[in-house]
Design a protein around this ligand. Structure first.
Ligand SMILES: Cc1cc2nc3c(=O)[nH]c(=O)nc-3n(C[C@H](O)[C@H](O)[C@H](O)COP(=O)(O)OP(=O)(O)OC[C@H]3O[C@@H](n4cnc5c(N)ncnc54)[C@H](O)[C@@H]3O)c2cc1C
Length: 450
């Protein structure tokens, strides 16, 4: 059976791995010159960096399983850290207690927040648990913070808002509480279901080496192929399946019995075939909005790093949300910090040099010389900086957002991609799970939905 997967992001690759493991020879068609999509390595002045700094968490069970399957050892390629928050106002760590006691104790022992709001936070989490980690579809995260009495407090500012922005990439006033509740269930609320679900997993290599490159090699070794620089122009029904026309002078056409469309939502509508069964998905996609993510790399001297692998700092502009800063030392970039700014905001108007200067000023209290505990006395010189903005990094996980009701639109035509994995926001794990579900649809086997 011939199967084509359009898009070699983490969704398309995950799909092709499961197809190849089942004995098929999937052909993955990728427009870019390398696989990985929105999570890939890039070369910047001879250094291997990422198109955007990513954070994985222990709850990403399918991603970790597929990494192992393709020979990308997560224990070597990711460093694992117990959840903590190091920020200007709040310090929180999870004590070594069995879940869910660790989360409750972590909240209650947090330094920087008052007892009143700590108890309100524990009560709010209990109430969410009692509600089955669900929320009304139109409720926003800002509504929830107001309803629980947490709005305006340190925990809202330094825990819930940064978590929401990191996971949903959507401003609190628009962000879906139902999606955020699901994120909380899969992480803080995972308990014994997934040991270490809240752990931070930070890449110890560039993102291409973590999954896309080993995945493409593994697929090819089993008779499949990941063909790069192959942009699909159109998809039309054929006598026995689908006809895929590639962009380019050669006017190449590929026939496949089954097709998995695994592209980002902003690219999916244009590729959906002109058939009545695809209209509902096209209408749904017309309502999608997108949010940017910036990664600002700061190049310091190789002997300087962060006191913790990740810290949270104030945003670069006064009314910006906080930024997360990662020490890239473990990824082979000693002296390099990656500052991540999620969702639209005043930072977008700042010139790169000014953005870098402000971020460096905010991160300064967390800088340490190698082997030292005390903060640096003098501001370190900034050797270089590089801002990479993904203008449509993710779909906005807004309250009321519609997600595809079904992923098989017509016989032999299936959808994958982060946007199809409801009710998660746009994440690597959502992409991977969606790809695996599409593979199951191709193979005619069942897989849990959402
Ligand atoms: C800067 C940034 C930071 C992020 N941070 C995190 C994070 O910390 N943690 C996390 O879990 N997630 C994070 N995400 C989200 C995560 O990267 C995405 O959810 C995930 O990569 C989506 O994978 P995908 O396969 O669904 O889509 P994509 O990665 O978009 O893959 C789709 C592929 O299809 C290809 N394509 C498109 N059109 C065509 C065509 N016509 N023909 C052939 N190929 C085509 C594209 O080139 C692309 O390679 C971040 C995203 C960005 C951009």
């Amino acid at each position: 059976m011939s199967v084509a997967v359009i898009g070699a992001g983490w969704a398309g690759l995950a799909c092709a791995i499961d197809l190849a493991a089942a004995g098929l020879r999937p052909l993955v068609l990728e427009a870019a010159r390398q696989p990985g999509g929105r999570a890939r390595g890039v070369a910047v002045d001879g250094q291997r960096l990422d198109n955007g700094q990513h954070l994985l968490i222990g709850a990403y069970t399918d991603t970790l399983a597929l990494m192992r399957q393709v020979g990308a050892d997560p224990d070597a390629l990711l460093t694992r850290h117990r959840l903590f928050v190091a920020s200007p106002e709040l310090r929180l760590a999870l004590p070594p207690l069995p879940p869910p006691l660790d989360v409750a104790a972590g909240l209650l022992l947090a330094r920087g927040a008052g007892w009143g709001e700590k108890f309100r936070a524990v009560r709010a989490m209990k109430a969410l648990e009692a509600a089955g980690w669900s929320a009304p579809p139109e409720q926003t995260v800002a509504d929830w913070l107001a309803a629980t009495g947490l709005a305006g407090g340190v925990l809202a500012r330094r825990l819930y808002a940064p978590l929401c922005l990191a996971a949903l990439n959507t401003p609190l006033e628009a962000a879906s509480m139902a999606v955020f509740a699901r994120v909380l269930w899969d992480s803080l609320g995972a308990g014994a279901r997934v040991p270490g679900a809240t752990d931070y997993l930070v890449a110890a290599a560039d993102l291409s080496a973590v999954f896309p490159d080993p995945a493409a090699t593994w697929i090819a070794a089993r008779g499949g192929a990941v063909r790069t620089s192959a942009r699909v122009k159109s998809l039309v029904p054929a006598v026995a399946g689908w006809s895929i026309e590639l962009d380019g002078a050669a006017q190449e056409t590929i026939e496949a019995r089954q097709v998995v469309l695994a592209v980002a939502p902003q690219h999916a509508a244009a590729l959906l075939p002109d058939i009545p069964a695809a209209q509902a998905t096209r209408d749904l996609l017309a309502g999608y909005r997108y949010e940017p993510i910036a990664t600002v790399y700061l190049g310091l001297s190789p002997g300087i790093g962060l006191a913790r692998p990740i810290v949270q700092i104030d945003g670069p502009a006064p009314d910006d949300s906080p930024a997360w800063v990662f020490d890239r030392g473990a990824a082979g970039n000693p002296g390099v910090l990656a500052c991540v700014i999620s969702a639209r905001g005043p930072w977008q108007a700042l010139p790169e040099a000014e953005l870098a200067r402000r971020l460096l000023a905010h991160v300064r209290p967390y800088l340490r010389a190698a082997g030292q505990k005390a903060p640096l006395r003098d501001a370190p010189p900034l050797a270089w900086h590089k801002r990479i903005v993904e203008a449509r990094a993710t779909f906005a996980a807004s309250a009321g957002l519609g997600r595809p009701a079904a992923i098989t639109l017509a016989p032999g035509l299936h959808l994958a991609g982060d946007w199809t994995w409801a009710p998660w926001p746009a994440t690597l794990e959502g992409a991977v799970r969606s790809g695996r579900r599409a593979a199951a649809a191709v193979l005619g086997t069942a897989r849990e939905n959402g």
